[in-house]
Design a protein around this ligand. Structure first.
Ligand SMILES: Cc1cc2nc3c(=O)[nH]c(=O)nc-3n(C[C@H](O)[C@H](O)[C@H](O)COP(=O)(O)OP(=O)(O)OC[C@H]3O[C@@H](n4cnc5c(N)ncnc54)[C@H](O)[C@@H]3O)c2cc1C
Length: 417
């Protein structure tokens, strides 16, 4: 049977879903997009370079999806990271793999990824309208309403994304459509989001980026490490950001209790500023610096060890007077300095708003979606793909991969139905 399919949203999921349907399915495909151009968010991914996937196995992929990763088992096996790489190379976007197996276009241009996806949808009808409602009859989808006009469809795929970076068009409309169909929406929350900290020193260090540090996120209530990784982070006027911080944020803040705890300072971040040096080696290094600067003040003796913006904050945490002569610093004080360098601790007291989050955690409840088809278990002919679903992954290309894999599965199911 020839099917009429509507895809709501021309982001990564919507474009890939529509293009795949047009290529393999016996259907006519209409993409509804509220923005004049498709794929606005893709352009800002990976700082404009687009980390399009991660060159990992499906199992590794699932381990990088902290919320509802198992739900993606069928999707990621049906369309793997390798398939994403092959797809873009076949569509004239050569790719390269960087640290952490992050895959980018060789051109470093996210617009090449968007361009390839837009070209893939050439056979689809692009309707530049905002969808305001979906229509149902007796447990079946019948179509949608866009700017007061009713359009009849056999299948509708909701690819409206989450709620972060809403200027790109992702304003959470899909949650309203899903609710109308009877779906439960897990409260949308920011994930992969910068963290606000109590300590004012962050503001003083604004703009300072630290490479090759180890960041540990601690739950002080349970005395547990909940995340630890080496990489890059950044100080901001409100607290901390950068890849390590964004990834750490995905580990907290889901339940009401965790959210309250977040505000009350339950979580701390400790930064090992010198992860490559154990305490013994660091001690020797400091002894040699102290010998070199023995007649200087403490505040002027750390320039070989630390970036200048970091020195006042480290000194403050040691409680050693900054004007103390280096040759008067005691062994105990030196060990205190080592302890601060290995364990520079900040208290987290909030996330930045969802608007500033890379992804939205929460969305359409996964147990109400068939994981093998992405079809709603409540309304036939209604499908979901991409970030609108209650699935979110770490940084590293996993979120776009989740969008492609779920979109692929939805289009496959519609094609085979
Ligand atoms: C700054 C930033 C950087 C990122 N970098 C990366 C990265 O490098 N790698 C990675 O894997 N992930 C990255 N992500 C996450 C990734 O971009 C998203 O997870 C992914 O784009 C989600 O795709 P989607 O198609 O589900 O939703 P979206 O891309 O949000 O697309 C949804 C589309 O639906 C349209 N829409 C919404 N409502 C309606 C409506 N009512 N009617 C019509 N159209 C509608 C919107 O306008 C939008 O075009 C990044 C995100 C951000 C914000």
């Amino acid at each position: 049977m020839h099917k009429r399919v509507a895809v709501i949203g021309a982001g990564a999921a919507g474009l890939f879903c529509a293009g795949t349907l047009a290529e393999y399915g016996n259907c006519s495909v209409s993409i509804f997009e509220k923005n004049k151009v498709a794929g606005k968010k893709i352009l800002i991914t990976g700082k404009g370079r687009c980390n399009v996937t991660n060159d990992c196995t499906p199992d590794e992929f699932i381990r990088n999806v902290p919320r509802n990763g198992r739900f993606l088992f069928a999707a990621i096996n049906a369309f793997t990271p390798r398939d994403t790489i092959d797809f873009f190379e076949k569509h004239h976007v050569p790719l390269k793999t960087e640290r952490g197996r992050r895959v980018f276009p060789v051109s470093d241009r996210a617009s090449d990824i968007r361009g390839a996806l837009a070209d893939y949808c050439k056979k689809c009808e692009f309707i530049n309208k905002t969808v305001t409602d979906i229509t149902l009859d007796d447990g079946k989808i019948t179509g949608l309403i866009a700017e007061d006009v009713f359009y009849e469809f056999d299948c509708v795929v909701i690819c409206t994304g989450g709620m972060s970076y809403s200027a790109t068009g992702s304003t959470g409309d899909g949650y309203r459509f899903a609710t109308k169909a009877g779906h439960t929406i897990i409260t949308p929350m920011p994930s992969l989001v910068p963290m606000e900290c109590v300590e004012e020193c962050c503001r003083d260090m604004m703009g300072l980026s630290l490479k090759n540090v180890t960041l540990t996120l601690n739950d002080t209530e349970n005395n547990k490490k909940i995340y630890e990784e080496m990489g890059e982070m950044l100080f901001c006027h409100f607290g901390i950001s950068g890849p390590l911080v964004l990834s750490a944020s995905a580990h907290i803040g889901r339940s009401e209790k965790e959210r309250q705890g977040l505000e009350n300072g339950r979580y701390t971040v400790s930064i090992d500023l010198k992860p490559a040096l154990d305490e013994q080696v660091l001690n020797n290094r400091i002894l040699s610096d102290f010998e070199k600067y023995k007649n200087k003040n403490f505040a002027n003796a750390l320039g070989d060890l630390l970036p200048s913006k970091l020195i006042p904050a480290v000194i403050e945490k040691t409680n050693i007077p900054p004007m103390k002569k280096v040759n008067e610093i005691t062994r105990k004080e030196r060990y205190c300095l080592i302890s601060v360098l290995k364990n520079f601790t900040l208290t987290v007291n909030g996330f930045r708003p969802i608007e500033e989050a890379i992804v939205t955690s929460g969305g359409v409840k996964t147990s109400e979606i068939n994981p093998r088809t992405m079809e709603s278990k409540l309304v036939s002919g209604l499908y979901f793909a991409g970030e609108v679903i209650d699935v979110d992954a770490y940084t590293g290309g996993y979120n776009l991969q989740a969008a492609f894999s779920t979109a692929f599965l939805a289009s496959k199911a519609i094609t085979e139905q």
